[in-house]
Structure formats: structure tokens, C-alpha cells
Ligand binder design. Structure first.
Ligand SMILES: Nc1ncnc2c1ncn2[C@@H]1O[C@H](COP(=O)(O)OP(=O)(O)OP(=O)(O)O)[C@@H](O)[C@H]1O
Ligand SMILES: [Mg+2]
Length: 323
């Protein structure tokens, strides 16, 4: 469905390129919720932008590409990086990070989306008809059609997010990308948004890609997930397997830091900080924070490979059970 083929991207800066995505290579399947996790600054949003084909200066694709393929209404399609934007809304849609604050506060919600939706809605007759269809769809999702006439500042953060998700799924795209859809919302609202995304995925039987730094979000709704560290993918697998038996030392720390019901032990953060992307270490990028790092880890970049069927990781110490 989505093939990320050895993708490397960088931001051009006056001090030279900052390599943010480094040789990332994996696939996201039809009919799944795929999660992307990792600390702030590891490149999650940049990867999602590349998936959505928002490659605009200073972001540059250095090598590799993305292929979006599938079938809609009995018609097969396939688009590559550079073409994916031709199918925005129809085959792929995007809920950007902090979507609630990227909205223009003085323009009613309907005006911020309707032009794009009308342009793409091939079966449209008039703008009014499309608007009516959108209003019906909102009702189907238990949202008031009046929300379309509201200005963003009149709605709570959670309600704004729901409307944006509704608009992003209105044309039943094969893929929905959502960047931190629950961040900055309180836990009750967070749960409502997650339930909405899950329900929509079941209804549309499409692919959802959810970016979140919150491992709890992944535990609740994703089927498979990838863990990013310093611009690289370090682990990928079924979410339940990752939580049950994390392979990469970084994933072990992320999973170990999660509070669990009944566990009274004190949780510690992950010591140290990710390396600067302007000057990453030579070997494994996690080596400076890994207590078990060897000379090989510090010298050689570990290969991202299939450790067990469907389970990938990049670490030299995968056979070391003490890690
Ligand atoms: N326009 C830009 N120019 C230069 N560097 C950038 C630019 N945008 C992002 N970066 C750098 O790219 C890296 C990855 O940023 P990105 O926003 O993809 O991370 P993220 O994982 O989404 O973080 P967060 O969890 O905080 O949203 C960061 O180090 C950031 O400083
Ligand atoms: Mg981000």
C-alpha cells in the first residue's frame, strides 16, 4: 500500500544539510493502523510530510522514494513521490501536527476545507450539494452540521480536532495520516479522538498512520508500529509484540518507562539526549545512551533487518539477552 523505499531527506540550512530521515525502508499495509513513535525531534513529522508528498524547500529528498498504491472503487492506482499530491483528499489525506492551531481563526471551518473538497469531489454538482454531503457526513459521525459555520476559536480543541478528522475522511481516502492527533488534549477527550479514529478505520477499512510520541496511544489503537530514533527507524513489528518483547534497547527503555496498573516501582526517564542531527555519532546513533554499547556499536551502523518474520530491528546486540 505505502512503500517507503530507502528514503533519505534533509533540510537545507545555511550551515549545510541536516539529514533528518536516513535510509528509512519499510511498508505500511492496507487495512491497518500503523503507529510511528519516538522522542521529540527524531523526524516523525518529517517522515509524515514525505509520505504526504509535502516536499517543499528547505526539505529535500536526497534519495529513495515513496510509492502509494491500491484500489479504490474497483480502479487500481499507483503514485510515487512527486505525484502523490495529485491524489490528496481522494486517496490520501493528512491531519497535520497542531492541526487545531494551523486553522485560520477568522475564517469559518467550512471555507477552510470546502474549496479543496469541492475541487476533488469528482461527482460534485454544486458547492451547495457538496456542503450538504459534508453536513450529512458530520451527522453520521454524531457531530453537529452547524460546526461547519463555526469559527475555529469558537470550538474546544477536541471539537476542532474531530471536525478536522471528519473532513480528512470525508472522501474515504485509502490512507489517512494523523500527526499527534491527541497531543495537548486532556485524557478524556484524547480517548474520544482515538475511539473516533478506530471507528473510522473499521468503517473505511483503510490505512491510518498515527504519529505520536505517547506510547500509550500506540498501545491503545495501533496494529503495527515503527520506532524512530535520531532520523532512523530502529524497530518495527506488531504493536503487541513490541510491548511484550521489545528488541531494541531504545524500545526497551520506552516500554519500560510506561506506568502499568499495580506496578509500584518508580519509573525513571531515559538518561541522556538524542544526538544532534547535524553531527550524529559514527556507528549506532543510540550507542552514547546505551549501557551495553560495544566498540562495534560505536563504529558500525547496525543494519535494519528482519529478525523474526514481520519483526525488524537495527542493533548489534540482538542476541545478547542481558541487554
Ligand atoms: N525547516 C527546518 N529546517 C531545519 N531543520 C528542521 C526544519 N524542520 C525540522 N527540522 C529539524 O528536523 C528534526 C526533526 O523534526 P520533526 O519535526 O520531524 O521531529 P518530530 O519527531 O516530529 O518532533 P516532535 O515530536 O517534537 O513533533 C528536528 O531536529 C528539527 O529541528
Ligand atoms: Mg512532530
Amino acid at each position: 500500500m505505502i512503500k517507503i523505499d530507502h528514503l533519505s531527506t534533509s533540510y537545507s540550512t545555511i550551515n549545510g544539510p541536516v539529514h533528518v530521515i536516513n535510509d528509512v525502508d519499510f511498508e505500511i499495509y492496507d487495512n491497518e493502523i500503523f503507529g510511528i513513535a519516538g522522542e521529540s525531534g527524531c523526524g516523525k513529522t518529517t517522515l509524515l510530510k514525505a509520505l504526504y508528498d509535502i516536499i517543499e524547500f528547505p526539505l529535500v529528498v536526497d534519495s529513495g522514494k515513496m510509492i502509494l498504491s491500491g484500489e479504490k472503487n474497483g480502479k487500481a492506482f499507483s503514485y510515487e513521490t512527486g505525484q502523490i499530491r495529485n491524489t490528496w483528499w481522494n486517496n490520501i489525506s493528512y491531519v497535520p501536527q497542531a492541526a487545531q492551531s494551523v486553522l485560520n481563526p477568522i475564517v469559518p471551518l467550512k471555507n477552510q476545507f470546502l474549496d479543496s473538497i469541492c475541487k476533488e469531489d469528482k461527482k460534485k454538482k454544486t458547492k451547495e450539494e457538496t456542503l450538504k454531503k459534508v453536513a450529512d457526513y458530520l451527522e453520521e459521525l454524531s457531530l453537529s452540521p452547524d460546526l461547519l459555520n463555526a469559527y475555529p476559536f469558537q470550538l474546544s480543541g477536541g471539537m476542532r480536532q474531530r471536525v478536522i478528522i471528519a473532513l480528512a475522511t470525508f472522501m474515504s481516502p485509502n490512507v489517512v495520516l494523523a500527526d499527534e492527533p491527541t497531543t495537548a488534549l486532556d485524557v478524556v477527550v484524547q480517548r474520544g479522538i482515538l475511539m473516533m479514529l478506530m471507528r473510522l478505520q473499521k468503517q473505511l477499512k483503510n490505512t491510518m498512520v498515527i504519529v505520536s510520541h505517547d506510547m500509550g496511544v500506540h498501545y491503545q489503537i495501533t496494529d503495527r508500529m515503527g520506532i524512530m530514533y535520531s532520523g532512523k527507524l530502529v524497530e518495527l513489528g506488531k504493536t503487541e509484540d513490541i510491548f511484550e518483547k521489545p528488541l531494541h534497547p531504545y524500545t526497551k527503555m520506552l516500554v519500560g518507562a510506561l506506568p502499568r496498573v499495580g506496578d509500584k516501582s518508580q519509573k525513571t526517564g531515559i538518561p541522556g539526549r538524542p544526538p544532534a542531527l547535524t553531527n550524529p555519532p559514527e556507528g549506532c546513533r543510540f550507542a552514547p545512551r546505551c549501557q551495553k554499547a560495544t566498540d562495534e556499536c560505536r563504529k558500525t551502523v547496525p543494519k535494519f533487518h528482519e529478525v523474526e518474520p514481520g519483526r525488524f530491528a537495527a542493533c548489534h546486540l540482538l542476541n545478547d539477552t542481558t541487554v
